[in-house]
Design a protein around this ligand. Structure first.
Ligand code: 5GP
Ligand code: ZN
Length: 115
């Protein structure tokens, strides 16, 4: 998939409206359109990366930026005491948007293992 066809690249570019929560230099956080928990925020790199399986050691600073944003989201949402960070990789794991995203889920008790 090219970046011009990518839904989350369009969100980064402001071409698709979204409910933004936070952003920093490398990452954007916005509410999932179909929330699975009271807090369900997606944290994505502003650069197109297909999945966590495409990350390399060169992406370390970008990845750290994403986790800084995740911590900020948890703080702002009032769930820092307990939340889940999930990323699906590939179709069998349920990845439906081929732009790396971390689901930040909280605000209810979360069972384990996930389905
Ligand atoms: P995945 O299934 O790839 O792990 O997660 C993709 C997530 O993106 C889903 O939870 C889905 O609800 C969310 N999503 C899909 N389209 C949109 C959209 O246009 N806007 C927002 N905010 N979330 C979306
Ligand atoms: Zn993209």
């Amino acid at each position: 998939m090219s970046e011009s066809d990518c839904l989350f690249c369009k969100i980064v570019a402001g071409e698709v409206p979204t409910d933004k929560v936070l952003e920093n230099e490398s990452a954007l956080a916005f509410r999932d359109i179909d929330p699975a928990a009271p807090t369900h925020v997606l944290v994505i790199p502003k650069r197109h990366v297909a999945s966590a399986n495409e990350l390399t050691p060169d992406d370390a600073a970008e990845l750290a930026g994403m986790f800084q944003l995740i911590q900020g989201v948890a703080q702002q949402e009032g769930v820092a005491g307990g939340y889940r960070v999930v990323t699906n990789v590939g179709g069998p794991a349920g990845q439906s948007v081929l732009h790396l995203h971390f689901h930040v889920l909280g605000g209810r008790s979360l069972s384990w293992p996930p389905g």
